[in-house]
Design a protein around this ligand. Structure first.
Ligand code: DX5
Ligand code: ZN
Length: 214
């Protein structure tokens, strides 16, 4: 069964605590937090103080997706804020091995995200150490974009790479353009964690939207 991770990028930012509690009550498994710095991606969202103040409003795990330059400078504060999963972009970091160690030493699970045009085998040396591979199925920065079909091959390739490395604990997360039309193919390709922003927060019936994805 897929783990459903609503992305609060599509929530009402003036009522974030209520929005998170609403999706928790309606069946969400995990809260996806999109950090954007206006440099790595052309959009700006929120940082660690906002995450820290949201921590007490839900018992669900926090899954932070860092679309920022210099992701290493955020790790200690994310741990203090009570985040469980930290995912950094391969394209934003030269010293990925060191950063993964830093995330683990801070007591969190570490993932690496790949932009649509970045091949999966760039992570082959780290396959046995990763807790998550995040396959972006849109170009990062905005909610509500169209699913990029070639991401499906990357999901399957990432799954295969992890299994060949003997890493059966790691999960494949997929982010971008997931809705009732695209979800079946995403799950069939091997996704474990499904991120959805507009398909959940934009739905009239959020409970039905969550169960349709699951
Ligand atoms: C995009 C973000 C996503 C975004 C997905 O850069 O990483 O998490 O919220 O939004 P939808 O589900 O609307 O494509
Ligand atoms: Zn995201």
């Amino acid at each position: 069964m897929a783990t459903i991770c609503p992305s609060i990028l599509s929530a009402d930012f003036s009522r974030l605590a209520e929005e998170i509690q609403d999706v928790e009550q309606k069946g969400a498994d995990c809260i996806h937090l999109d950090l954007m710095d206006g440099h790595f991606v052309p959009n700006l969202t929120f940082g660690t103080p906002v995450i820290a103040s949201l921590r007490s409003c839900t018992v669900l795990p926090f899954d932070a997706h860092l679309m920022v330059e210099h992701p290493e400078t955020y790790v200690a504060d994310l741990a203090k804020a009570g985040v469980q999963y930290v995912t950094v972009h391969q394209e934003a970091c030269v010293h990925l091995d060191r950063l993964l160690q830093q995330i683990h030493e801070a007591g969190m699970k570490g993932g690496i995200a790949l932009n649509p045009a970045t091949p999966v085998d760039t992570l082959s040396c780290l396959a046995d150490q990763l807790d998550m591979i995040l396959i972006m199925s849109v170009n990062p920065g905005f909610g509500g974009q169209k699913f990029i079909p070639y991401a499906l091959n990357k999901i399957a390739a990432a799954k295969k790479m992890l299994l060949e490395a003997g890493n059966i604990q790691a999960v494949i997360e997929v982010d971008g353009g997931i809705n009732s039309n695209t979800v079946q193919a995403v799950k069939k390709a091997g996704a474990d964690f499904l991120v959805a922003g507009s398909a959940i927060f934009g739905a009239e019936d959020r409970r039905a939207a969550i169960s349709a994805l699951r």
